[in-house]
Every structure is written in structure tokens, then in C-alpha cells.
Design a protein. Structure first.
Length: 257
């Protein structure tokens, strides 16, 4: 595919994906979803990539969905546009590698939903967050009503969803919506630093941590414990990652993954 909206740079096992539609504040349209779906497939097939970072160009991470594309849709077309975005953002969670959102500016509506689909989120001090859909007589369509209360609390989620209030990075940190806040000019460098740290760990262990945590949230704790125990065992024995890592530890050297 010829990418018009997404710019990708892969260095040292880190894929940095920049949403580049600054003239529209990186608003999400059908072209974006098609490009992101293709890019996810390409990165997933590239065993050299250990972590993916998503950020935005200009003043926005993503300022929302493209209203100009949505305004003339009928009910069926609106639902289909919702499902399109839900499927794309759910794909982040299905990737074997971690996906980190580096939120550089406005993350509103679909932009916040994109960020919430990632595994965790870092924000610059200039970042702003909100779900303003009710201002337009709409509701979130890309799983915002589902992910926001799971990441924060029901009360915080309902407040943001019902008031359309826009909060800053420090407030987003306080309610658990983001994990770290950095000075805006340091955001990408700090995110890359964390990505490199993760990339230095056992790749199979990182894959399993992501899978078990995400699946476990949909299970009882008893079933989650069973899943953890089963996956824990797969890392033992000759030729497996746990054996490699434990042997290196005992020999006081870095493991060769």
C-alpha cells in the first residue's frame, strides 16, 4: 500500500508510526483505518520489530474522527464506520509486541480511543484529552465507552463522557489514563527509551505478559491463574527462553535472546 497518512521509521527494533495529516489535526478517516490495518499486518510479520510507538504530527495526536466524512452517513453507514475503527484499535491488543501511545497534543474523541487501544500511554505536557462526542449529539464509536471505565473508573469515565470536559496531562495521569508525563520536547525520546528497555527483555516473555494480562481481564481470577501457570511452564526447559535467561543470570552475563 502507498501510505499517505502514516509515516513509519524502524530503528533498533522500534517502529515509530507517525500519524501525518496535520492539516486536519490528524483526524481519522477511512483511509487512515485502511492504512493502519495494513501497517499492523506488515509490522506483525516483521520479527525484527520488538515494540511499536504511535504518535502524531503537529499540534495533535489525533483530534478526533473526520466529521466531514461522517456527516452524511446514514444509520447503517455510521455503525459500519464504528465497527471499522473498533476492529483497528482492537488489533493493537492482538499484536504480539507492545504498542505505546506517545501523546504529543490533542487526543480527543477517536484520538483518545486510539490511545486507549494501545497497551499503555505516555503524554507530553501539552497533551489534552477528552471525549467530546456529546457536543455533536453523538457517542464514542471506537470503544471509548468500554475502555475508558476499564482504564480509569466508572465515575471518571462517565464524567468525561457526559460533560465532554477536556483535561490536561497531569489530570490524565491522576486518573490513570496515562502512565507517565514528560516535557513535550522530551516525549518521543523518553518513549523510545522505554521501548528500548522493553525490547531488551525476553521477547517471548513480553508476548506472554501482554496476552495473559489482556485475556485475564476477561476471566475470573481463578481462570486467569490457570492461564498464567500454564504459560509460565512453557518457558522452562532446554531451548526455551526461561532456561536461557536463568542460565545467563547464574553465569552473571546478559542473556542472548
Amino acid at each position: 500500500m502507498n501510505y499517505e497518512i502514516l509515516k513509519t521509521e524502524i530503528t533498533d527494533g522500534i517502529a515509530i508510526v507517525t500519524i501525518s495529516r496535520p492539516e486536519a489535526m490528524n483526524a481519522l478517516n477511512t483511509r487512515f483505518f485502511n492504512e493502519m490495518d495494513q501497517l499492523i499486518a506488515e509490522i506483525s510479520a516483521n520479527s525484527d520489530v520488538k515494540v511499536m510507538i504511535i504518535t502524531g504530527e503537529g499540534k495533535a495526536f489525533v483530534a478526533g474522527a473526520d466529521i466531514a466524512e461522517m456527516v452524511n452517513k446514514n444509520s447503517e453507514e455510521g455503525s459500519a464506520f464504528s465497527v471499522l475503527g473498533q476492529n483497528t484499535f482492537s488489533s493493537f491488543g492482538k499484536m504480539d509486541i507492545p504498542v505505546i501511545a506517545a501523546i504529543n497534543g490533542f487526543a480527543l474523541g477517536g484520538g483518545l480511543e486510539l490511545a486507549m487501544g494501545c497497551d499503555f500511554r505516555f503524554a507530553g505536557t501539552k497533551a489534552k484529552f477528552g471525549q467530546p462526542e456529546v457536543n455533536l449529539g453523538l457517542i464514542p464509536g471506537y470503544a471509548g465507552t468500554q475502555r475508558l471505565p476499564r482504564l480509569t473508573s466508572m465515575g471518571d469515565a462517565l464524567y468525561l463522557l457526559m460533560t465532554a470536559d477536556m483535561i490536561d496531562a497531569n489530570e490524565a495521569l491522576r486518573i490513570g489514563l496515562v502512565q507517565r508525563v514528560f516535557e513535550s520536547e522530551m516525549l518521543l525520546d523518553e518513549t523510545i527509551k522505554t521501548a528500548k528497555l522493553i525490547a531488551s527483555k525476553g521477547p517471548e516473555a513480553i508476548k506472554k505478559v501482554k496476552m495473559i494480562v489482556r485475556k485475564g481481564l476477561e476471566m475470573s481470577i481463578e481462570d486467569g491463574e490457570k492461564l498464567e501457570a500454564a504459560e509460565f511452564g512453557t518457558l522452562f526447559g532446554e531451548g526455551n527462553e526461561g532456561k536461557t535467561g536463568m542460565t545467563a543470570f547464574l553465569e552473571k552475563r546478559k542473556p542472548d535472546w
